[in-house]
Write a protein that binds this ligand. Structure first.
Ligand code: NAG
Length: 112
């Protein structure tokens, strides 16, 4: 079983090590810190926010091409995002948005 699992892992062409931390304090209309832990070979990524109520994920402002090694966090604005539960963050390939490198756990944006 263990052998099969590691074989599967080897067959994945690009296994990013990126970990997107789940935001702890998200308030609608305010700013939020998004932080991550990157492995040495993690590529640049686009940061998006998603919700089961969205028809598709939405880019967080100005953060379409993040170098995961230049910093380990950025501040994003939640001006456009209403208070509700069930949000999560996604790190995606900058040009091939179908490629998802990492997702956070779900979190709630609370009312200001
Ligand atoms: C995005 O995906 C494409 C196609 O797999 C790849 O060539 C490119 O290097 C990726 N972009 C980054 C920033 O890694």
């Amino acid at each position: 079983m263990l052998f099969k699992l590691s074989l599967l892992t080897c067959l994945v062409p690009f296994a990013a090590g990126l970990i997107l931390n789940t935001p702890a304090n998200a308030v609608s209309g305010e700013s939020m810190i998004v932080s991550w832990v990157a492995a040495p070979d993690d590529p640049n990524f686009a940061l998006l926010i998603n919700n089961e109520g969205f028809s598709s994920p939405v880019f967080l402002p100005d953060d379409a091409n993040i170098d995961p090694h230049a910093s380990s966090e950025i501040t994003v604005s939640l001006v456009d995002f209403p208070a509700r539960s069930g949000y999560w963050l996604e790190a995606r390939n900058v040009t091939e948005l179908a490629i998802i490198y990492a997702e956070s756990a779900q979190f709630t944006i609370t009312a200001a």
